[in-house]
Design a protein around this ligand. Sequence first.
Ligand code: PEP
Ligand code: MN
Length: 298
Amino acid sequence: MRKTVNLGNGLQIGGDHFVVIAGPCAVETRELLDTVADAVAAAGAGALRGGAFKPRTSPKSFQGLGVPGLELLAAASRRTGLPVVTEVMDPRDVEVVAEHASVLQVGSRNMQNFPLLREVGRQSKPVLLKRGAAATLDELLLAADYILQEGNSQVMLCERGVRGFDPSTRYLLDLAAVPVLRQRTDLPILVDPSHGTGFAELVAPMSKAALMAGADGLLIEVHAAPEIALCDGKQALRPADFALLAAELRRLVPLCGRRWSRPQTAGQVASIQIPSGAGPVGSGSFGPGSLDDEVIAP
Ligand code: PEP
Ligand code: MN
């Protein structure tokens, strides 16, 4: 029996439900967050993502706004009706993150942070667990067991790419992980094509491929102005391109025997809005990738 994570208000993840979780890599300002939150809600996203605690390779990079960022996310959630998915890195922050968010994300760098896994297992909010960049699928499943063993059965897994040998993409998005995990677990399986490829132009094709591979949902980075993003701008879709992709996915989802899942009250938009002037998804060029697409603070 496949597990379904219920986020309330009609939003379910897993089973025959397919959900798109979208938003910026990091919460930067209220204005940028609200612009993206409104846009992804209008396009049909099921949940809002955004990091307030950011795991950055360099300590000089933007580290996230912390608790004020959580407050901006909670306000954006009230405004749009979208539940919030946000990362927690430190066991000491689990309580405050759980107060503000609907889903706690454990990022790839912390997939085997066992005290953190135990702590998110002891609280009641669902957990989105991302695969470590060098973790096997067995290791991912065992990491999920740490959470389940503490009593939290609301766990979702997320494939987000592993370290490959070719710098053409940031990571090597392992889509075969989806059907392999499907054989081994009942937990919902998501795919993150943003971190998995590192380039906005690759997000649409890999999103569609993930749906076809049987994923239960997607985690997609969207930024109102990717060129000034403090984190991961190269892989962020503009709101207009996200709307085009969401519209395409909404057409494909029923063909795959799935249902598009979103909160009943989200965005209060009856139909998909495709902003005029939106360029085709996938246009533009992309070059060699880097594992650390980071803006180093001066
Ligand atoms: C993220 O989703 O914000 C993130 C940091 O991703 P990952 O942990 O997969 O690198
Ligand atoms: Mn990111």
